[in-house]
Design a protein around this ligand. Structure first.
Ligand SMILES: [Zn+2]
Ligand SMILES: [Zn+2]
Length: 336
C-alpha cells in the first residue's frame, strides 16, 4: 500500500516540527496529507473521513511504522481542560534530548532544576513560585551560568513551547508537552514522587486526592467529573465524596495544594522527608503517595517554624486550616 505509506510520511513530516498539537490540528494535517497524495495521483483509492474510528486506525498505523524507531505518536488529555493533545514521543529517551534542538546545555540544566523543584514540591503541589524558580540559577550545587533576567526570559520560552505552564498566580508547573514527551525522564528520575490518576493511569500533576489518610486515590479533574456522575464514594476506600472537585471533602493535587503562607523551601532529595518524618513511623517510601497525608497534616505546624529562607511572594496568612482553604476564583475557572 504505497499510498497510505505516503500519507504517513507526509503526516509525520508535518507533525515533526510542531512539537505538541491539538487533536483537531492533527486531523487537519492528516486530511492535508491525504489531499496532497491524491493530488499527485487522482486514481488512488484513499479518502479522508470524519469517522473517529478511521482516525484511530490511522494513528495505530502510524505507530506500527514508528515502532522500530522507538517513537510513538502519543496522546494525553490536557490536565486543565481535558482536551486531547498529540506529540511524537521518544519512548526511550530519559535524558531530555527533545529540548536539545531548541536549548543550550546551560538552559537545559536550568529547566531540569525547575522541574526538580516542581516534582519535589510539598503536598503534591507540583508547582513552584516564580521566585523559587529563578532562585534555581544559583541555588544548586553547581551554579547555572545564567543571569536572573536571562532565566526569566527562558521561563517564558518554556511556557510558550508548552514545556511549562504559568498560572495566573504566577506559579510554574509541568506543561502538557513535558507530561507527554518527557514521560520516560520523569518516570525514571522521579519514580517516588510521580503519581498516577486512578482512572486514566496517566501521570498526574493537577487534580484531586481522596481525603482519607493513606488512601491512594488520585484523579484528574476531568476524570473526577466523569467518575463522580456515577459514583459518590472513593473507589478505593469508599469515603463519601462531595459533588464538586472544589468542595470541601477532597484534597487538591497541584497548585491548590499550596498553603497560604507556607514558606517555599528549596526541596532536595531526602531533606524534606527526613524533617517531616521525624515524629512518625518510618515506613519505607515504596508507594507513590509516600507520606503524603502525614506531610499534609503536619505542615500547618511546620510552616510556622520560621525558616531563614525568603518568603514566597504570595500572600502570607499566618495559618489556614485545610478545610477552610478556598481556591482562588481563577483556578476554579481553569478546570472547565
Ligand atoms: Zn485521569
Ligand atoms: Zn479514598
Amino acid at each position: 500500500m504505497v499510498q497510505s505509506a505516503d500519507v504517513q510520511k507526509l503526516f509525520l513530516q508535518a507533525i515533526f516540527s510542531r512539537g505538541i498539537l491539538s487533536e483537531n490540528l492533527a486531523k487537519v494535517l492528516w486530511k492535508k496529507s491525504i489531499e496532497a497524495v491524491k493530488a499527485a495521483d487522482q486514481d488512488l483509492e484513499i479518502a479522508y473521513s470524519n469517522d473517529p474510528e478511521r482516525w484511530d486506525n490511522f494513528v495505530a498505523d502510524v505507530n506500527v511504522s514508528l515502532n522500530d524507531l522507538d517513537f510513538e505518536f502519543k496522546s494525553i488529555q490536557d490536565e486543565l481542560n481535558g482536551k486531547k493533545l498529540f506529540a511524537l514521543v521518544n519512548r526511550k529517551d530519559d535524558e531530555l534530548a527533545q529540548l536539545a534542538t531548541d536549548y543550550s546545555a546551560v538552559e537545559i540544566a536550568f529547566f531540569k532544576a525547575v522541574v526538580e523543584q516542581i516534582m519535589l514540591a510539598r503536598n503534591e503541589s507540583y508547582s513552584v513560585s516564580s521566585l523559587a524558580a529563578l532562585r534555581e540559577v544559583s541555588a544548586g550545587k553547581e551554579k547555572i551560568n545564567l543571569t536572573k533576567s536571562q532565566a526569566e526570559v527562558l521561563l517564558g520560552s518554556f511556557v510558550a513551547s508548552g514545556w511549562l505552564l504559568r498560572s495566573k498566580r504566577g506559579r510554574y508547573s509541568l506543561g502538557p508537552r513535558s507530561l507527554l514527551e518527557l514521560s520516560p525522564y520523569l518516570k525514571s528520575t522521579y519514580a517516588e514522587e510521580i503519581i498516577e490518576c486512578t482512572i486514566c493511569h496517566e501521570t498526574m500533576t493537577k487534580g484531586i486526592a481522596c481525603k482519607r489518610d493513606n488512601c491512594k486515590t488520585r484523579m484528574h479533574y476531568f476524570c473526577f467529573e466523569t467518575y463522580r456522575r456515577r459514583h459518590s464514594t472513593c473507589p478505593a476506600c469508599s469515603l463519601n465524596w462531595p459533588q464538586n472537585a472544589t468542595d470541601d471533602g477532597l484534597l487538591s493535587v497541584g497548585e491548590l495544594a499550596v498553603r497560604h503562607g507556607a514558606t517555599e523551601d528549596r526541596q532536595t532529595r531526602g531533606s524534606p522527608d527526613s524533617e517531616d518524618d521525624q515524629d512518625m513511623e518510618h515506613e519505607p517510601s515504596q508507594t507513590q503517595t509516600k507520606s503524603r497525608q502525614p506531610r499534609r497534616s503536619q505542615s500547618t505546624k511546620k510552616q510556622n517554624n520560621a525558616r531563614e529562607e525568603e518568603e514566597d511572594e504570595e500572600d502570607i496568612n499566618e495559618e489556614e486550616e485545610e478545610a477552610e482553604y478556598t481556591p482562588p476564583p481563577a483556578q476554579r475557572k481553569s478546570r472547565r
